[in-house]
Ligand binder design. Structure first.
Ligand code: TYD
Length: 220
């Protein structure tokens, strides 16, 4: 099978990062080369842009400026890491990708999804994920998880974590809308449950899309 590009999407605190790692481990156990990466970031240049865009006050950037920063980071990521990996047959698992721009900058930040899609089409020239898993869970529960994690790790909340419950409800609805519009590519994963339960749901979604894995994938 040729290299496949899988993205994990959803609101904050839904466990994407943990689950992306678990999926990478499971695929590697099948002898697949996996590149695990994230956005904004994934390359040296894109990680520098990540700092600019995630730190500071909520009103630091206008919606369009923020979108262009995300796409500058994304293009570097695609050109330098993602495409070369896919071309040599590796699988790429990315913790967030362009659907986050659609949800956060498009639906939630007044730009509107159409302007985000317009920028996307110019910059990405038809390139995109083969499969996208949207992690869906109750907004109140996910924000509780974000707060607990920040307190435990003594980590700073990002500009987006701080944006409030209404913002995060908009984000959740945006991802559900994206999934409804592109049911072939985008699958919803119920993110409420134990790590193993959610991992099992992901393996089911993967096997449905790649039947060659049927009966082969077991939890890492
Ligand atoms: P991060 O701490 O990685 O969040 P999470 O662990 O929830 O993925 O921060 C990434 C933040 O950047 C997150 O709040 C979503 C936001 N974001 C956008 O607004 N647009 C984008 O295109 C991307 C990739 C991320």
């Amino acid at each position: 099978m040729s290299g496949q590009f899988i993205t994990f999407e959803g609101g904050e605190g839904a466990g994407k990062t943990t689950q992306a790692k678990m999926l990478a481990d499971t695929l590697e156990a099948q002898g697949v080369e996996v590149i695990l990466t994230r956005e904004p970031g994934g390359t040296f240049g894109a990680e520098s842009i990540r700092k600019l865009v995630l730190e500071g006050t909520d009103d630091r950037w206008s919606g369009m400026t923020e979108l262009l920063l995300m796409y500058a980071a994304r293009l570097d990521h695609v050109e330098k890491l993602i495409k070369p990996a896919l071309e040599r047959g590796a699988w790429v698992v990315s913790d967030r990708f362009s659907d986050s721009s659609l949800a956060y900058q498009g639906y939630a930040r007044d730009l509107g999804p159409d302007r985000v899609r317009a920028v996307h089409d110019v910059v990405m020239e038809g390139f995109g994920p083969d499969l996208t898993l949207v992690f869906d869970m109750d907004v109140y529960l996910s924000l509780k998880r974000v707060e607990t994690r920040a307190a435990q790790d003594d980590a700073d909340l990002t500009r987006f974590d701080k944006a409030g419950q209404a913002f995060h409800t908009t984000i959740r609805d945006a991802f559900l809308d994206i999934a409804e519009k592109e049911p072939q590519r985008v699958k919803i994963i119920d993110a409420d449950g134990s790590r193993q339960a959610v991992h099992a749901r992901i393996l089911n979604a993967l096997t449905a899309r790649y039947p060659e894995f049927a009966g082969k994938l077991s939890a890492a």
